[in-house]
Design a binder for this molecule. Structure first.
Ligand code: IMP
Length: 175
């Protein structure tokens, strides 16, 4: 059975306001650089779509698809690359765009893959940060919102591939 929404954690207007702030900051920090936004599919796609439209600098977009959760709410230890990277990141300023950093396992795996492609610089922008369950040391350069240890959906984030289309971030009722 599909679980229902328990409550809204971050509203649509809070999301849009914070994305605009991040966009201003990133535009300032990457002025006159060769910025490539590396979007982690599928969860970060809604965030990326809003973020690129508030940037005032030219950017390229690349995509990678990883699978760490399957249809569960607990991360698995094995992370698989589904959509691979090409070498267009070499010598570029790469900013990884993530939906959420939870244990940090996915991000740490991805950083290793990207570093091997020798980007000029590598930073991370995550819409959500759930530090309570962190197992890997990870630096997140741009964070949208820090959230408590709870499973959330919406604005790109899913439960068993559902709820990505919600315009807000909601807590799922998994009880
Ligand atoms: P990590 O490897 O444990 O940091 O998990 C990162 C990935 O797990 C994210 O990119 C999401 O796809 C997924 N994830 C972690 N927490 C949540 C959540 O609360 N809702 C939906 N997906 C989540």
């Amino acid at each position: 059975m599909t679980p229902s929404i328990q409550s809204i954690l971050i509203s649509e207007s809070q999301l849009q306001g914070r994305v605009r702030e991040l966009g201003r900051q990133i535009s300032e920090d990457y002025k006159d650089r060769d910025l490539v936004l590396l979007c982690v599919l599928k969860g970060a796609v809604v965030f990326l779509a809003d973020l690129i439209r508030v940037l005032s600098i030219p950017v390229r977009c690349e995509f990678i698809q990883l699978n760490s959760y399957g249809n569960k709410t607990e991360p698995s230890h094995e992370i698989r690359v589904i959509q691979r990277l090409n070498d267009s990141l070499c010598q570029s300023d790469v900013l990884i765009v993530e939906d959420i950093v939870d244990t940090g396992g996915t991000l740490s795996f991805l950083m290793t893959q990207v570093k091997a492609l020798k980007p000029a610089t590598l930073k991370v922008c995550s819409l959500l940060d759930k530090p309570a369950r962190r197992r890997k040391d990870t630096v997140i350069d741009y964070v949208g919102f820090e959230i408590p240890d709870t499973f959330v959906v919406g604005y790109g984030l899913d439960y068993a591939q559902k709820y990505r289309n919600l315009p807000y971030i909601a807590i799922l009722d998994l009880a």
